[in-house]
Design a protein around this ligand. Structure first.
Ligand SMILES: Cc1ncc(COP(=O)(O)O)c(C=O)c1O
Length: 367
């Protein structure tokens, strides 16, 4: 048996829409599927605007630019996240500032944010890690108090909810990734969402070479923009996937429930706060052990029986370009050393979950 960590679930609908896009010959970033995907996504998240972009990193970069992040500016983010979050701040000449995560959500700790706000802070970037929402109310409160932007990184949390509202529609801008292992997958791809008319204009323009909409036919650009567009073919995939999102979220939630029943002793299971709907993008568990080497031994054992796993993100300040011991965060390091992503794709079956859980129990010698 070989069980991969996450694979997309592509069926007849995807094939039908992609074939239609190809047959139409609209294979670049114009065509009915671009608008169709954007409109339906905006409706799903509950925002006024949604714009497709070529990946989640581009989504975050555009968010930085639209919020005016520039040289010397600071953006506060959790220490535990994917490196793209920090890189996009650097692209703009700014500096990421790392905050610890909470032990019971594994997302940014609002209580630690306030300690890190300075006169240079421009934005807070909560990340809805592995499918669980960050605690947004105190973050939005701080943003209001200190006049900061809130850029939600919802790359890993399509359809997750905070107090019944979809993440990505709670801050100033929401950013999504549709990389092949995400709940909605277009191969590469991303989306930015917002309710704000001015931010929307900037996002839309910057992703498309900053064309001046009034002088488009004369090929005049009102600034320095980017080509961050997504193709009609990928949007055809995206629309088909979006029409199936309830099915995918059910698979993730059912599999998480199955893992939770099969695992327990020796492990800390993934959280779901009373105010949250966790979509369990990556089913994640933390080994309840002193020595981090046990996690690596378990990964080796699972590999030897055909199970692919992934260590959780190490805190960004351990990554070579960001090495900085003055940023160290206790929970982020505890989590980074002991956390493990288990197979949890859109096609993962109960049989696979049971097999993985059994191998883990064997390793931990839990009956
Ligand atoms: C939390 C987070 N942010 C941003 C990204 C970047 O997205 P992409 O790989 O589509 O550029 C990812 C991708 O995995 C992610 O997990």
């Amino acid at each position: 048996m070989r069980i991969g960590i996450a694979a997309p679930n592509l069926g007849e609908k995807e094939l039908e829409y992609v074939t239609d896009a190809v047959k139409s010959t609209w294979i670049s970033s114009k065509g009915k599927y671009v608008k169709g995907f954007e409109d339906k996504f905006a409706e799903y998240i509950g925002t006024k605007y949604a714009y497709t972009v070529c990946n989640g990193t581009a989504a975050l970069h555009l968010a930085m630019l639209a919020c005016g992040v520039g040289p010397g500016d600071e953006v506060i983010m959790p220490a535990t996240t994917m490196i793209a979050c920090a890189n996009v701040v650097k692209y703009c000449g700014g500096n990421p500032v790392f905050v610890d995560i909470e032990e019971d959500t594994w997302c940014i700790d609002p209580a630690d944010i306030v300690n890190k706000i300075t006169k240079n802070t421009v934005a807070i970037m909560p990340v809805h890690l592995y499918g669980h929402p960050a605690d947004m109310s105190p973050i939005l409160g701080l943003a209001e108090e200190y006049n900061l932007h809130v850029i939600e990184d919802a790359a890993e949390a399509h359809g997750a909810e905070y107090h019944g509202k979809k993440v990505g529609g709670l801050g100033d801008i929401g950013c999504f990734s549709f990389y092949g292992n995400k709940i909605l997958a277009t191969g590469e791809g991303g989306m930015v969402t917002t309710d704000d008319d001015d931010l929307a204009k900037k996002l839309d323009s910057l992703r498309n070479q900053a064309y001046d909409p009034d002088k488009r036919d004369k090929l005049i650009h009102s600034g320095i923009g980017y080509n961050y567009r997504l193709t009609n073919v990928q949007c055809a995939l995206g629309l088909a996937q979006l029409e199936r999102i309830d099915e995918f979220i059910k698979i993730h939630r059912d599999n998480a429930d199955r893992y939770n029943r099969g695992l327990g002793k020796g492990l800390i299971l993934p959280p779901e706060k009373s105010w949250a709907k966790n979509v369990y993008w990556m089913y994640t568990t933390v080994l309840d052990v002193e020595s981090p080497t046990v996690r690596d031994m378990l990964m080796e054992k699972l590999k030897s029986v055909g199970v692919e796993t992934r260590a959780v993100f190490p805190a960004i300040y351990h990554q070579p370009p960001y090495k900085d011991s003055s940023s160290w965060c206790t929970v982020a390091d505890w989590f980074g050393d002991r956390g493990l992503n288990l197979p949890s794709g859109n096609s993962t079956t109960f049989e696979e979950v049971d097999y993985v859980a059994e191998k883990i129990r064997e390793f931990l010698e839990v009956k």
